[in-house]
Design a protein around this ligand. Structure first.
Ligand code: SAM
Length: 258
């Protein structure tokens, strides 16, 4: 991360970065290329001070990678338990990313790049989360959130069902999602979890962002163990992707510039 390129804060730069990574609106791409996207943004814009929000037990970069890449990474999480399971060798910031005192807890203008994966759906007040991220970023800072979107059927079901029932069903199909497993389930709210520009733009503008790109993705593996439903659902998702039906997208990236 030694040579920061001169840049202007435009969504076009970001679109070019994701186009260069070969962006298709397919769910496998968003999982496979999350880290590559963060790295490409870091490199293109010289963004070295990172804040990983809701990093949990499994941060995106290992401390040795961060050192190699010249990144100064702070891990945030609301859960002391999750942060304690993360390796040492980072700054750690235990706080609710949406807390009213978030900007002071996180430090104003302290970060160049803030990002989170599968965290936004767990935050009840996402507008407050984005305001805090806006305050924590330096001028020209960038934020990326990767999250599941409504109204993909698995998330609609999860949102409608009592937490106890959805937890029991998910754990029955995917045992690794149990509380003592590698990928425990956290309660989800889906506040602002959309891929539609009209739903997100006013909130991002109010949080102090000047420009953004919203990338939708369709598909998921939730029905992978249910033949019949799996094929029907996959066909529907392919159709929705071709027609750009964002109201039924499955995931999104918001990449926003301050
Ligand atoms: C599904 S896990 C994702 C962990 C990690 N980002 C990943 O992709 O592997 C959600 C994480 O977000 C954290 N979290 C939930 N609400 C949060 C909040 N308001 N502020 C900060 N972290 C939060 C949880 O404690 C948990 O570690």
């Amino acid at each position: 991360m030694t040579e920061a390129l001169q840049h202007t804060s435009t969504a076009d730069d970001i679109r070019q970065i994701v186009a260069d990574l070969g962006y298709p609106a397919n769910w496998q791409w968003c999982w496979d290329n999350y880290k590559a996207t963060i790295l490409a943004l870091s490199r293109a814009r010289g963004l070295a001070r990172h804040l990983e929000i809701g990093a949990g037990r499994d941060p995106l970069f290992q401390p040795s990678e961060a050192a190699e890449l010249g990144l100064d990474i702070t891990l945030n999480d609301i859960s002391a338990h999750e942060l304690s399971l993360a390796p040492s060798g980072y700054g750690k910031m235990l706080c609710d990313i949406a807390a009213p005192d978030g900007p002071d807890a996180l430090g104003r203008g302290q970060y160049d790049l803030a990002y989170c994966r599968m965290v936004m759906e767990h935050v009840p007040d996402v507008a407050a989360m984005w305001r805090n991220i806006g305050a924590a970023l330096a001028p020209n800072g960038v934020a990326l959130a990767f999250f599941p979107t409504l109204y993909a059927p698995p998330y609609v079901l999860n949102a409608l069902m009592p937490e106890k029932l959805s937890r029991t069903l998910l754990e029955a199909v995917f045992p690794e999602r149990k509380p003592d497993g590698d990928d425990p389930k956290f309660p989800a709210h889906y506040n602002y979890c959309f891929s539609r520009e009209d739903k997100l733009a006013p909130m991002l503008r109010a949080a102090g962002f000047s420009d953004w790109v919203i990338l939708p993705f369709w598909g998921y593996s939730y029905f992978s163990k249910f033949p019949g439903v799996r094929e029907l659902d996959a066909a529907f998702n392919r159709l929705a992707e071709r027609r750009d039906w964002r109201s039924v997208s499955s995931f999104a990236y918001i990449i926003a510039c301050k």
